[in-house]
Design a protein around this ligand. Structure first.
Ligand code: 13P
Length: 250
């Protein structure tokens, strides 16, 4: 039985004070709630958010991390710097990292391996552009992102991996994949995992859907067999919008 996992990717939004305020409100609103919930603030907001959610079961994640221990990597953040703040979860391979900052499957793989080695849980994002979908390359693109992204990840490490399927054309556009389309793509991803590992790893894998998830569409998405959670952007930036997503079944 896969436990639903709802995550909010705050992207480059909110100042540290605004992030702390939102995190405080969210922790209060989720008191006593045992749903698996994560928020990913900007690096500079992480200390304030960690402090604000103390005592709650909200996971604080980073939106990226470097694949080296330390050294001359100007502008980068290391796993040990995050760990020192109490962070042990990270989103990797987000489409904005892939498409705006040119991160390759190989670089993302290196980050995945390094984060896992250093005790992190990883949300690995995958997803196709509209061009890739319309040219019939959906499965090839996802296949590369999954296979290269997870290269060298041992079967025993797979319990530390969540996959987020985020079709690029659905991110921030108000266009969501239909629950049927998202479910069938999740099924394809699950099958890839069964091929790379085995049926039981595939069966246990949490696959989140991301791309314009909101309070009105989350229930239908989450009702699908292969959709186990959501990675939410815009609608995670206020308690009013995010809470009904977390509580999609209430
Ligand atoms: P939106 O929910 O704003 O479409 O963003 C999705 C996303 O990219 C989450 O990582």
């Amino acid at each position: 039985m896969r436990k639903p996992y709802i995550a909010g990717n705050w992207k480059m939004n909110l100042t540290p004070s605004e992030a702390a305020k939102l995190a405080t409100e969210l922790a209060a609103a989720l008191k006593g709630n045992d749903r698996k919930v994560m928020v990913a603030p900007s690096f500079v907001s992480i200390p304030a958010v960690v402090n604000a959610v103390k005592g709650s079961n909200i996971i604080v994640a980073a939106q990226n991390v470097n694949d080296h221990k330390s050294g001359a990597f100007t502008g980068e953040v290391s796993t040990s710097q995050l760990a020192d703040l109490g962070v042990k979860d990270v989103i990797l391979g987000h489409s904005e990292r892939r498409h705006i900052y040119g991160e390759s499957n190989e670089l993302i793989n290196s980050k995945v391996l390094f984060a896992l080695e250093n005790g992190f849980d990883v949300v690995l994002c995958v997803g196709e552009t509209l061009d890739e979908r319309e040219s019939g390359n959906l499965e090839k693109v996802l296949g590369d992102q999954v296979t290269i992204g997870l290269k060298g990840v041992a079967k025993e490490q797979m319990s530390h991996i969540t996959i987020a399927y985020e079709p690029v054309w659905a991110i921030g556009t108000g266009k969501t994949a239909t629950p049927e389309d998202a479910d069938s793509t999740h099924k394809v991803i699950r099958k890839m995992i069964a091929g790379l590992y085995d049926e039981s790893v595939a069966e246990d894998l949490i696959i989140q859907y991301g791309g314009s998830v909101n309070a009105s569409n989350v229930k239908a998405l989450m009702a699908k067999e292969n959709i186990d959670g959501a990675l939410v952007g815009g609608a995670s930036l206020s308690v009013e919008k995010f809470l009904p997503i977390v509580n999609f079944d209430k």
